[in-house]
Every structure is written in C-alpha cells, then in structure tokens.
Design a protein around this ligand. Structure first.
Ligand code: SF4
Ligand code: SF4
Length: 405
C-alpha cells in the first residue's frame, strides 16, 4: 500500500500493516513518515558500505547464529524476504558488475526496496578532496573525462533518501569510534552526525544504530530480521531508544548481567588479569556501560569480555574511546562503590559461608555425624555455625506449618 508523505497526521496515515499507532505517533511527530510502500516483498537488497573501518563488524556478523547470515541470504526465515547482500568481501561479482545494482538503486531503477548498512566512520571527504584524494571509496565514475573514485560517504548521500532503512553497524559508524578519537585528522563522524537529526528513510525511520567494537553479530542480524519483518508489514516497528539503539538489546548495563557481578556485590576484586573476581579495580567500566555481551556471548552464545577475563572499556558507548581512556586505570567512581561493597562484604561474606556450609549437607549426614564421600572431608559446621542456624531456621520457618513440626 502507498503511504502518506512525511509529516502527515497520524489519523490520515491509514491502515499501515504492522505498525502500532504509538510508533506512528512518534515517527510522524518527529517529522518523518514513510514515503514508500510496506511489503510484502520477495527480496530486499542490502548495500553494505565501508568507511573508516577495520572490517571487524563484517567478521562479527559472519559469525552470527541467531539468526545467521546464511539464513537471511537463503530466505529460510519465515516471513522474511530473501536478502541480496552486496558486500565487497563476500561478493562473487567485481568491478562494474558489482557496482551496477548501486547505480540502479540511485537511479530509482532497482525494482526492490533496499537497506543501507554502513560499517566504519564517515570521514570528511572534503579534506581529502582538497589534495585530489579520498579517505574511503567504492566504485568509480567519469567526471570531466577523468575517472574518480566515489567516496563511501557520497554513496550514503545518494542512496539514503531512497533506502527503506539506514543501519549503522559498529561504534565507528554509530558514534564515530576510534577514527573520531582525539587527534582525528579525517573529520570522522558517525552516521547520525553525517545525515543529521532530520534524516528519515523512505520508510520514515531515523538511523538505526548497532554499536560495539566489534558489535555482537547476533545483535545486528536480529535487528535486521526485526526491521525486515516491519518492512514486510508482518511485524511491529521494533523498539529503539533515543539514540536509535534496539531498546531490548541495549537497555541494561553490562554489569547487571556480568558473571562476576556476585564478586562485586560481596566486595572481592581482582588484582591482576587472570583473577576470577570482579575486574573493576583493574579498569572495568561495566557498571555504566550499555551492552549485552555477558548475557548473549560474543559468538554463538560463547565468550564476551568479562566472561573471558577482559575488562569493559565501554566500546558500545558514544564516549568511546576518549572518555574511557586510559584503559588500564580503574574508573575513579569505582573507588566509592567498591569501598562500600568491601565494607558490607566484610559482614555478608562470612555469614553466607556459614549458610553455604549448612546447606551443603543432608539431614542424614548430620544424624550420622559424617559425610560418606570418598573424595574428601567437607568442613563440618562449627558450634557457632549450628548456633546461628538454630536462630536462622527458626526465622525461616516462622509463620509456616513447618514451624510446628
Ligand atoms: S567485571 Fe566489570 S561488569 Fe563485571 S561485575 Fe565487575 S565491574 Fe561489573
Ligand atoms: S563489555 Fe564493554 S568492552 Fe566488551 S563489548 Fe561490551 S561495551 Fe565493549
């Protein structure tokens, strides 16, 4: 179905399949609104462009499993259109054959909807053009009888207005990342800075951001699948936060789901890499960083920074890297919270060990006075342990039928 132009009142948008009225209100109030039609479509083209990039995002995405790139490219996911990926590293075509779909998309002759995925930051090409060069480019065109390379950022200017969605992948493309760090001579920036806050895709969407250096590949493929379901008209507009991040993926700090958070809470901290405890005193910024890698894993639900011993350096955050450097020093704010945890831990830890020793036994072993294990002799509850648990168990059973036994 053909949809309303940007800015049209919600009441006039009509029966837009799969989009909640609330989502529409947000889009339209922001001056957006789709200028193309919602599916269903048989196929969608994805133009993967690379700017100031190390290609780590491509590697991360190729390792994604839920869903995998293969399942997107073979159309094996229900209700999701076949994805035609145009990517310089995985494409069989080269030269003019590779570039042809991009030229057709620019001329409006593609015949299918397309999505732009951008990896790496966008450099200020006017700086390079001054000396006749370019920072990053793909394809070439003839101008005044001479061939020139077309900067990747220029392709964004050409293709973004007609794209169903623009997805920035990785911290360079989302916020600027390492190429935009202190001392940046390239004028590098993220996609939102490049396109501006008024940008809306042909479907009415602002820039979608999947940060991380490199990002979790599954975060990307899952978001793409959700956006494609929206494009097909069979799914709602996914929820994004105020910075265009998928809200269900970046709504929690990495600390809240960290496998070491229990050590932090008990006030025990690693002193060196390789220690098993919380890493905050050797430089971890997890308590203030929005990232899901500890719960999702890096690849195939395995790995992830603190899971494998690394500190969080805030790589998903707009302030990365400058506001987290130097990476080997502990965050100053952790002095207060870690000291507080150490103080409460002085009391909490011994009390928990008492309960742990008590719960590590059966009633039969208590009656027998020994543990029939050939592996060793577990510590026996001390007199003080037992005394504590007389009171503890009385409280535990108070108000229950078990108290009367
Ligand atoms: S290692 Fe980092 S994220 Fe994990 S509990 Fe410690 S401070 Fe939090
Ligand atoms: S835990 Fe920190 S360093 Fe690791 S991926 Fe997440 S934000 Fe980046």
């Amino acid at each position: 179905m053909v949809i309303a132009p940007p800015g049209q009142p919600v009441s006039q948008v009509g029966n837009v399949a799969g989009i909640s009225q609330e989502a529409w209100a947000t889009i339209v109030a922001a001056g957006g609104g789709p200028r193309t039609k919602i599916g269903p479509f048989d196929r969608v083209h994805v133009f993967w462009l690379a700017g100031m990039s190390c290609d780590g995002c491509s590697i991360a995405v190729l390792g994604a499993t839920t869903p995998s790139v293969e399942s997107l490219l073979t159309g094996s996911l229900p209700a999701i259109p076949l994805v035609f990926l145009h990517h310089t590293a995985v494409q069989l075509e080269a030269g003019a054959a590779y570039m042809e779909p991009m030229w057709r998309a620019w001329r409006g002759e593609l015949g299918d909807p397309y999505v732009i995925v951008y990896e790496g930051s966008l450099a200020d090409e006017s700086l390079a053009a001054g000396s006749g060069g370019y920072w990053s480019a793909v394809g070439e065109e003839e101008v005044d009888g001479r061939l020139r390379q077309v900067p990747s950022a220029e392709w964004v200017r050409r293709l973004a207005p007609g794209a169903a969605a623009v997805i920035a992948i990785g911290t360079c493309a989302t916020w600027g990342g390492i190429p935009a760090a202190f001392g940046n001579v390239t004028g590098s920036m993220g996609m939102m800075d490049f396109l501006g806050k008024d940008y809306r895709s042909a479907l009415g969407l602002p820039v979608v951001n999947i940060p991380g250096c490199s990002p979790v590949g599954d975060n990307f493929t899952e978001t793409v699948a959700a956006v494609l379901l929206f494009l097909q008209g069979v799914g709602p507009l996914p929820e994004f936060d105020e910075l265009g991040r998928p809200a269900w993926l970046f709504g929690e700090t990495v600390h809240r789901n960290c496998t070491r958070a229990g050590y932090y809470e008990e006030g025990t901290f690693a002193e060196a890499y390789g220690d098993k405890e919380c890493l905050v005193e050797i430089g971890c910024w997890g308590p203030v960083v929005n990232c899901n890698i500890t719960s999702r894993g890096a690849i195939n639900h395995v790995g992830g920074c603190m899971n494998v011993g690394g500190v969080c350096i805030g790589c998903t955050m707009p302030g990365f890297p400058d506001r987290f450097a130097p990476f080997y020093k502990k965050p100053p704010g952790s002095t207060f919270s870690a000291t507080g945890a150490k103080l409460t831990g002085l009391f909490i830890r011994p009390l928990r060990r008492v309960s742990e020793r008590d719960r590590d036994r059966t009633a039969r072993w208590d009656r027998a006075g020994e543990v029939p294990s050939g592996w060793g002799a577990p510590p026996r509850p001390t007199f003080v342990d037992r005394l504590i648990h007389v009171g503890y168990d009385w409280i535990r059973h108070s108000g229950t039928a078990a108290k009367d036994r």
